[in-house]
Design a protein around this ligand. Sequence first.
Ligand code: NIG
Ligand code: FE
Length: 417
Amino acid sequence: MAILIKNANEVITMQSHVEGPRRKEQMSELGLMKDVCVLLDGEQIVMIAPLEELEATFPHLVQSAEVIDATGKIIMPGLVDCHTHLVHGGTREHELNMRLSGKTYMEIMNAGGGIHYTTTKTREASFDELYEKTYNHLNDFLRYGITTVEAKSGYGLDWETEKRQLEVAKKLQDTHAVDVVSTFMGAHAVPAEYKGNEEAFVELIINDMLPKVAELGLAEFNDVFCEKGVFTPEQSRRILEAGKAYGLTPKIHADEIEPYEGAELAAEVGAISAEHLLVASDEGIEAMAKAGTIAVLLPGTAFFLRAPYARGRLMVDSGVPVAISTDFNPGSSPTISLPFVQNLACMNMGMTMEEVLCATTVNSAYAINRGNEIGTLENGKKADVLILNVPNYKQLQYFYGMNHTDTVIKAGKVVVK
Ligand code: NIG
Ligand code: FE
């Protein structure tokens, strides 16, 4: 059934003449319209125009449409969370006091906690347990206005469990309203059983896991945690190049904790995105701007690890297309609140209210290769539409830490009301 949304104060379409990920001042183009209605039909956006124009162009559709009254509210595209570790077993609240009293993230991980703890919990969890837990997380995402989520594997670190994580993501893509886009991240950590024999694990990923992921069509992207004590830039390069040969697009966890020339590596291997970048070098930022690598910034992780924030302002000013995401995971960022993360990007990375909207819609859609389908409201794009309970978009960041989501329409269907 068609849907007609009337009377909104503002419609943030995110439309622009720019094709592809946006940079610099392009990131501030909101395509803001007033006195227009939004007409949806099937899974698509039909037209955004004044009511009289819609009535003249699509008389039957307008007449038969279900009407939603958005008086006093605004409309914008569904949010795209382009970096999460969605499917995992267990939680890690026991690590919080350890970190608050001075233990570092890497110390906890090297002592067998951190990613290793979650790997154990994920290996222990059945398909159904993981599916049900993740289904509930996706319900939370949806309530906060996120309509597409990227999901990385990487808590199996053996084929059986990596495959189970990816298959859970695939089933959720088929069954849950939120769209789920999969990334293989076998190179998330070296599992305990390969300690001291790291090269053998790298070989296992390259010769065994990557071909199987590709053959089974379980992921579109291949990600590596390039970090001191995890995977070296050289190992990361080999894993990413091997993935490319199997048609998997490279992504990289780069320069998260210590500078390691991860941003430079992302530019060099033609990664679609480099993610985290808390301590990326000036040279790395320049290289990314030149290569067009999208910076996926995750200020929730800096907040939760109490680490310095990525230099988002500098990246935007340097011409890097910037996206923002939650990094939802049980260790360094257990939140699904992309709206709160937008707020952190404003307050702690100096990005503007307009830039963070672009970074969580258009640019985050491009970071998962979905820029042609979602991220803006325009004719023919997927009808992923939010109605937010604020009179203007600036209040989204002003009344911070709140969920302003009123109604969520996913692929033309009302899924949150
Ligand atoms: O993006 N840095 C590596 N991976 C995640 C954290 C994973 C975890 O702690 O469970 C991240 O921060
Ligand atoms: Fe991450």
